[in-house]
Design a protein around this ligand. Structure first.
Ligand SMILES: Nc1ncnc2c1ncn2[C@@H]1O[C@H](COP(=O)(O)OP(=O)(O)OP(=O)(O)O)[C@@H](O)[C@H]1O
Ligand SMILES: [Mg+2]
Length: 248
């Protein structure tokens, strides 16, 4: 079953084509890595999937529902969540407060704190559960400014999980963190339930090859190749533009 279906997606910034007729299927539950050189258009694609950037043409379907053109909160409610490449956390609030706020803003009036006590408890439970799932249960009451950079990345994933997604987009979850923290994040991603399909943008090939069932390579906005890790490693065009320096 296809969780996310991308067909003929196109996006340009002036004369720069950043998404060039992209077709991509994310199968339910799969871990799919999106790789490519700097500027290949990976983040621009993620922005379009999550509703932060409107495509010029093409379609995006989540569980069969057309989501292109919908606002990010709607897309999130329909089951697609993302963790951001840049830091979007409130540094003076605790980890728990950050997750709660994100859920409140995403769920809108349903989570209005003045509505019902039971909803407030449900909200706190959801935040608690998301923090536990990423290994931050013991850090829930700590202000973000006191968390390590790696813990912030975990928290960003917790915020995305609080959306209870069927599809999770992770844009470079290991960028700028230590090798130890990178392993922790990779283990965390591996431990997420199989019910969540993950599209993982990642530059660290060890993480990609450890996690991905399939890999899609973007080059100048277009899909250069898509296949299993073995197929991608053996693909001459991929080796030429991207993996040429990797010893196998
Ligand atoms: N808002 C924008 N306006 C104009 N050009 C943009 C905009 N956003 C991105 N670009 C350009 O689009 C191209 C693709 O950028 P994008 O950030 O999607 O690449 P990327 O594959 O995520 O790169 P990286 O690996 O460095 O994160 C780049 O040339 C970038 O400079
Ligand atoms: Mg990027």
């Amino acid at each position: 079953m296809t969780a996310l279906e991308i067909r003929g997606l196109r996006k340009s910034f002036g004369s720069l084509v950043v998404t060039d007729n992209v077709n991509l299927d994310l199968v339910a539950g799969e871990r799919h890595a999106l790789i490519g050189p700097n500027g290949a258009g990976k983040t621009s694609l993620v922005h379009q999937l999550a509703g932060q950037l409107a495509p010029d043409a093409g379609s995006i379907r989540l569980d069969g529902h057309k989501i292109d053109g919908l606002p990010p909160e709607r897309i999130c409610r329909l089951g697609l969540a993302r963790a951001f490449q840049r830091n979007t956390l409130f540094r003076d609030l605790t980890a728990h407060e950050n997750v709660r706020l994100a859920v409140q803003s995403r769920h809108g009036p349903r989570w209005n704190p003045f509505v019902r006590i039971s909803d407030r408890h449900e909200l706190a439970d959801l935040a608690e559960a998301s923090l536990s799932r990423v290994g931050l249960a013991g850090r829930a009451r700590i202000a973000v400014r006191a968390l390590s950079y790696g813990e912030c990345r975990q928290l960003e994933i917790a915020i995305a999980l609080a959306c209870e997604p069927k599809v999770l987009l992770l844009d470079e979850p290991t960028s700028g963190i230590s090798p130890t923290e990178t392993r922790q994040i990779a283990d965390l991603i591996a431990s997420l339930p199989a019910s969540i399909a993950i599209l993982l943008v990642e530059h660290d090939m060890d993480v990609v090859f450890a996690l991905a069932h399939r890999i899609t390579v973007l080059h100048r906005g277009a899909v250069l190749a898509s296949g299993t890790p073995a197929q991608i490693t053996a693909d001459p065009a991929v080796r030429e533009v991207y993996l040429g320096g990797r010893r196998t």
